[in-house]
Design a protein around this ligand. Structure first.
Ligand code: MG
Length: 263
């Protein structure tokens, strides 16, 4: 069942969970330098979220052990932070952060460059970020979920990339995962009709090669089966009568820098 939110709900979400989730993501991105472990990032983000009177939404969610998801290179999503995973020059790292505040569940993600990343991999990241922007533009009342998915799929595939099918975006609210699903593929005019008051996380996951994935024996980490890199960008948005309102944004806006390691 899709839970419809009021404009006041959306504004409260943005002012609380949305702002803090984005600031936490920015904080994480500033740490993404060669030599840093993903556990260090996790620790800093958890402290940051708790310092602001909130709790990390992912910690313990379905048993997930981390406060962030930290997924390197061929890992698509749900990478577990570890002291043994040390960032190297040329890596990309997809980080998911979510802060629960005032009863709202924040959710957003970004793929950062670690040091000097190849132009080929930067291209994948830039197109994936642009897929997110294109999808958000389609999130207007009267459109359908297929219009959102089509925007992602069309841009990604026209660049020769694979659209991950096994994981999709979702409704957001008091719970991190609510109805409806928000696939990154689809046909124009098909699927759930978008209406004022829907709050959804749009999160294209795009691969350099195949879209097929497998899950590690740890039960969490998802990687591409061909070992080629994948990128992941996510914002939570509310659909208003005037169009999409990005709810995961702080004073600096809804977007992060692509380059990690910079404030
Ligand atoms: Mg999400």
């Amino acid at each position: 069942m899709i839970k419809i939110k009021s404009l006041e709900d959306m504004e409260e979400y943005r002012a609380t969970a949305g702002t803090l989730s984005k600031s936490a993501l920015r904080r994480a991105g500033a740490m993404c330098k060669p030599g840093v472990s993903t556990q260090e990032i996790d620790r800093v983000v958890e402290s940051f979220i708790r310092l602001h009177g909130a709790t990390p939404g992912f910690k313990g969610y379905g048993g997930f052990p981390g406060s962030v998801c930290a997924s390197i290179n061929e890992q698509v999503v749900h990478g577990i932070p570890s002291p043994d995973v040390i960032l190297k020059d040329g890596d990309i790292i997809s980080i998911d952060t979510g802060a629960n505040k005032n009863g709202w569940a924040g959710d957003n993600a970004w793929t950062f460059y670690v040091g000097h990343v190849s132009d080929e991999v930067k291209g994948l990241c830039e197109v994936t970020r642009d897929c997110l922007k294109a999808a958000i533009e389609q999130a207007v009342p009267g459109n359908h979920m297929g219009d959102v998915g089509f925007a992602v799929q069309d841009l990604a595939e026209s660049n020769g990339y694979g659209v991950i099918r096994d994981y999709v975006g979702h409704g957001v609210g008091h719970q991190m995962h609510e109805d409806p699903n928000v696939p990154n593929y689809g046909k124009k005019g098909r699927g759930v009709k978008l209406q004022v008051g829907m709050v959804i996380a749009i999160e294209p996951m795009i691969a350099m090669g195949t879209y097929q994935t497998r899950v590690w024996p740890n039960g969490w980490t998802v990687q591409t089966t061909d070992g080629l890199p994948a990128a992941h960008y996510e914002n939570t948005i509310g659909i208003t009568k005037d169009g999409p309102m990005i709810l995961t944004q702080d004073d600096e806006g809804p977007w992060c820098q692509m380059q990690g390691g910079e404030e």
